[in-house]
Design a protein around this ligand. Structure first.
Ligand code: ZN
Ligand code: ZN
Length: 409
């Protein structure tokens, strides 16, 4: 176990954010996982990091704040906090986010408070977000097993066994065996993902049509000049990094006003400490004109209303049904894991890097190219065993992209 933890920490630092000599590492970590944060710090210093700056977070404190704090604090975002993110982003520091949240930490909290806090943070972090969109700094997200999260996934197991079982699932998903091969295994995995990426880019589809027995019947126009990405990203200064660990997706940008039809989510969505089930959207000219959920509908309605762009889409992602995370047969109640088990979309902002030359463009140019903008970006899963996706090229050819839930090529 100790060896695997060490190897995982090293992987997040060396491949996830790919810390360089002389680079600062910002490490966001739940307090319960201080020991793991220290392993990451050791790995970073070993690789020559200039400084490791740690920022602790705590589910308990977050929940208590939402329940008990003065109403006014949710519309305040301290300037020093916004400045801190901007300060480090501007100098190209690496941002590593470690997550171990209870999926239902905010159950019962007034959804208005969550929406106000998200909106306030989104507006206050504008400068930081713009640097992120321009790929100024490397960042990565990884998950750690916590008791509440583990019990949500394995309710029948005693707590310590549930945590151990979840750790094993995490290690399998991130290819950590404890024998020092994880870094090499990741480099190979990234190459494999890039094979599908290249085929998708060569077809340069005008639109994709989705159909399955859950009721999806959807046409998605892609942004003209879109590019598919997979297996990691590169900063403007040429530093490769892996934003998500694990990652199994090829993703690109839809044309903001080019999505029409019906969508039924294939898996629950964990959002703002709540679980939203049975999502159904009706899309008209790119906008969500009807949104329903069998549970958590109010949280969903708030999530798609934080600003104008929240009711439009910013990401189209393809993940085969036979991806190892889906094959584990587990619903993780964590978007990082669940999105890598299933084809998904995101409502909210698009990534500038999914447009040719996008990271060099202004907001106005990106909008003119058909990309959506928003303070939010939320992935939700639509992939099923029988999902079919057909691509249409600009010269009118129809090409099977997904057949029975998996890539047709
Ligand atoms: Zn995605
Ligand atoms: Zn996403």
């Amino acid at each position: 176990m100790e060896r695997k933890l060490q190897e995982y920490a090293r992987l997040l630092v060396e491949v996830g954010v790919n810390v360089q000599k002389g680079q600062t590492l910002l490490l966001f970590c739940p307090v319960e996982h201080a020991a793991f944060a220290r392993l990451c710090a050791d790995a970073a210093y070993e690789l020559g990091a200039r400084e490791v700056v740690n920022v602790w977070n705590d589910d308990y404190m977050t929940r208590q704040k939402y329940l008990c704090a003065d109403e006014a604090v949710f519309s305040e975002f301290p300037q020093w906090r916004a400045d801190m993110f901007y300060f480090y982003a501007k100098q190209g520091a690496a941002f590593l986010h470690l997550r171990a949240s209870d999926p239902e930490n905010l159950l019962g909290v007034d959804p208005e408070r969550i929406m106000t806090a998200n909106k306030t943070a989104g507006v206050a972090q504008k400068r930081y977000r713009e640097l992120s969109a321009k790929n100024t700094f490397p960042w990565s997200i990884g998950c750690l097993a916590s008791p509440k999260w583990a019990k949500k996934i394995f309710p029948a197991l005693p707590e310590n066994e549930a945590v151990a079982a979840l750790w094993e699932k995490i290690f399998a998903a991130v290819r950590v065996k404890g024998d020092g091969t994880a870094v090499a295994a990741w480099r190979q995995h990234a190459q494999n993902l890039k094979r599908h990426m290249k085929i998708l880019n060569d077809y340069n589809f005008k639109s994709l049509h989705y159909k399955n027995s859950l009721g999806i019947d959807l046409t998605v126009e892609l942004a003209e000049n879109h590019v598919w990405e997979a297996g990691g990203d590169t900063t403007v200064s040429g530093q490769d990094y892996m934003p998500n660990m694990p990652t199994e997706e090829c993703f690109t940008a839809p044309k903001k006003t080019g999505i029409n039809g019906e969508i039924y989510a294939a898996m629950p969505l964990c959002r703002d400490g709540n679980v939203i089930e049975g999502i159904h959207f009706t899309m008209k000219d790119g906008k969500i004109v009807e949104a329903h959920a069998t549970s958590g509908e109010e949280v969903l309605q708030n999530a798609i209303s934080v600003d104008e762009g929240a009711s439009y889409f910013g990401e189209v992602a393809l993940v085969p049904y036979d991806s190892p995370i889906r094959q584990s047969g587990i619903l993780y109640y964590d978007t990082l894991y669940d999105e890598n088990a299933s084809c998904h979309f995101a409502f909210g902002r698009a990534y500038a890097s999914t447009l040719k030359g996008g990271t060099q463009m202004t907001k106005e140019q990106l909008a003119a190219a058909g990309l959506n903008d928003s303070i939010t970006h939320v992935d939700f899963m639509v992939g099923t065993k029988d999902l079919s996706i057909t691509g249409t090229t600009f010269d009118g050819r129809e090409i099977p992209v997904f057949v029975n839930g998996n890539f047709a090529f």
